[in-house]
Structure formats: structure tokens, C-alpha cells
Design a protein around this ligand. Structure first.
Ligand SMILES: CC(C)(COP(=O)(O)OP(=O)(O)OC[C@H]1O[C@@H](n2cnc3c(N)ncnc32)[C@H](O)[C@@H]1OP(=O)(O)O)[C@@H](O)C(=O)NCCC(=O)NCCS
Length: 227
């Protein structure tokens, strides 16, 4: 969930205040109180805003920069999941497919459409919504969703050691030391088995987004391309 960077950070505008409108015509009543859905490129700025606070303000870097968020949300939005409260992004996961047993530096930027491993690049919760269980709940929803995808056999992630117990509570197991390092940071690679749950998949509301039925990843015409 990290990668080394030697480039200029993209400039992000601060979050805009909502337009000033009379309470009677505010859109609020039209927005669902709580919604979980795949992210799209229009969500990229909100994603990065959370990352900026969660990672960059702490360590100066983050797992995915804005261009990479857009990259993955363009290529494989079906491996992302966002939790929205009244239209506001409060937590998210971004993943992509990977096709090797272990993560290497390439995994940080590539989506391998034929891979059977979901590489979870980042899970983050907006700071005002932390310590409410949202991170574990979103991860649970995400893993349930992955079980709907026949080609997915496991999920992997890399994390700092302090977060190993956090992911273990979600069912991840330690795979070993990760080959990827960032500056002087080292990471542990963890994995979660997805396959073998086919019979739990069908007709389960728990594995559907509330307002948008899930669709399987689209078949790609150039499946051999690494993107
Ligand atoms: C880590 C994160 C996703 C946890 O989500 P959350 O909704 O705040 O999770 P909760 O507060 O409900 O915590 C669930 C458990 O994880 C533990 N935990 C939460 N954040 C932790 C952290 N940074 N380090 C170690 N343990 C942590 C909690 O203590 C809690 O344990 P408990 O069940 O024994 O009480 C969230 O704090 C976050 O977004 N942090 C910044 C980004 C980040 O570090 N992401 C993960 C690496 S990509």
C-alpha cells in the first residue's frame, strides 16, 4: 500500500463548500443516508483528499497519488469500493488484479486483467469517521463482493507491521516479508483466500451494493495487455 516516489506532488484544491441554497431545495434529501458502491473517476479527488490527510500529512507520501487513483478507477473500477454518507465519501478501498504469487514493485502501478489475485492498494477511512468500525466493515463488504467474481482466487496487500493485527481480524494471514520497500520502511505481505465460496454467492444481499447490482468485470478484448 505504498510506493516510492520522486516526483512533484499533484496539487489538489481544498474541498469546496456546498453551494449556498435554501434548505428547502437542498439536494440532501435526495442523497442516500448510506451507500456503498464502486468508485469512478469522478470520485478520485475525494479519494485523494482522504489519502492526503491519512498518509501525506503523516509521512509525506501515500499509496496512490491522484494520477494513479484515476488510472485504477479508469481501468478497473470494479475492484474499488466507496462508502458514502449523504453523498460524501467516508471510506474506500482501491484494488487491481495481479498475476503473481508475491507482490513486486510492478504491482504498485499495473493492473493485470488476467490475474486471479486482487491487490488491495489502499484502505482508508476519513479521519472524522474513524474508530467507528467502518474500516473493518468496508473490508468485509469488499471481501464478500470478491467472492462473487469467479476469476478471483485471493486478495493480497502489503502493510506496515503495526497494522498486521488489524488485517488479521478481517481474516488476512501473513504471507511474509514484502519485497517492496519505501525509503526505510518495510512491509509485511498478507493474503486472504477468496476461492471455494461459490455456493455462498448467489442471492445474497450482503454481496450486492445497495442501489446498484454488481456486475462482473467486463471481458477485455486485449486481455494480454498489462496496463
Ligand atoms: C486503519 C484504518 C483503515 C482503520 O479503520 P477504522 O474504521 O478507523 O477502524 P476502527 O477504529 O474501527 O478499528 C478497528 C480495529 O483496528 C485497530 N486499528 C485501527 N487503526 C489502527 C492503526 N492505525 N494501527 C493499529 N491498529 C489500528 C483498532 O484499534 C481496532 O481494534 P479493536 O477491534 O481491537 O478495537 C483507519 O484508521 C485509517 O484509514 N487510517 C489511515 C489510513 C491507513 O493507515 N490505512 C491502512 C493502510 S493502507
Amino acid at each position: 500500500m505504498w510506493q516510492q516516489r520522486v516526483r512533484v506532488r499533484p496539487f489538489i484544491k481544498p474541498m469546496q463548500s456546498p453551494p449556498s441554497v435554501s434548505p428547502g431545495i437542498q439536494r440532501r434529501h435526495t442523497l442516500p443516508a448510506s451507500e456503498v458502491r464502486p468508485l469512478n473517476t469522478q470520485d478520485a479527488t475525494s479519494v485523494f483528499e482522504i489519502e492526503r490527510e491519512a498518509f501525506i500529512s503523516v509521512s509525506g507520501d501515500c499509496p496512490l497519488h491522484l494520477d494513479e487513483v484515476r488510472h485504477f478507477l479508469t481501468l478497473c473500477p470494479e475492484f474499488s469500493m466507496g462508502w458514502f454518507e449523504e453523498g460524501r465519501l467516508v471510506a474506500f478501498i482501491i484494488g487491481s488484479l495481479w498475476d503473481k504469487d508475491r507482490l513486486s514493485a510492478e504491482a504498485l502501478t499495473l493492473h493485470k486483467p488476467r490475474g486471479s489475485t486482487v491487490h488491495i492498494h489502499v484502505l482508508a477511512v476519513h479521519r472524522t469517521f474513524r474508530q467507528q468500525g467502518k474500516g473493518p466493515i468496508l473490508m468485509w463488504r469488499y471481501l464478500q463482493y470478491l467472492r462473487c467474481l469467479p476469476s478471483v482466487r485471493r486478495a493480497v496487500l502489503m502493510c506496515e507491521d503495526v497494522l498486521i493485527p488489524f488485517y488479521q481480524k478481517s481474516g488476512f494471514k501473513v504471507l511474509g516479508r514484502c519485497a517492496i520497500t519505501v525509503a526505510n520502511l518495510t512491509f509485511t505481505e498478507m493474503w486472504y483466500p477468496i476461492s471455494g465460496h461459490a455456493y455462498m454467492r448467489r442471492n445474497s444481499e450482503a454481496i450486492r451494493f445497495p442501489q446498484q447490482p454488481l456486475s462482473l468485470p467486463l471481458a477485455k478484448t486485449e486481455e494480454n495487455d498489462d496496463v
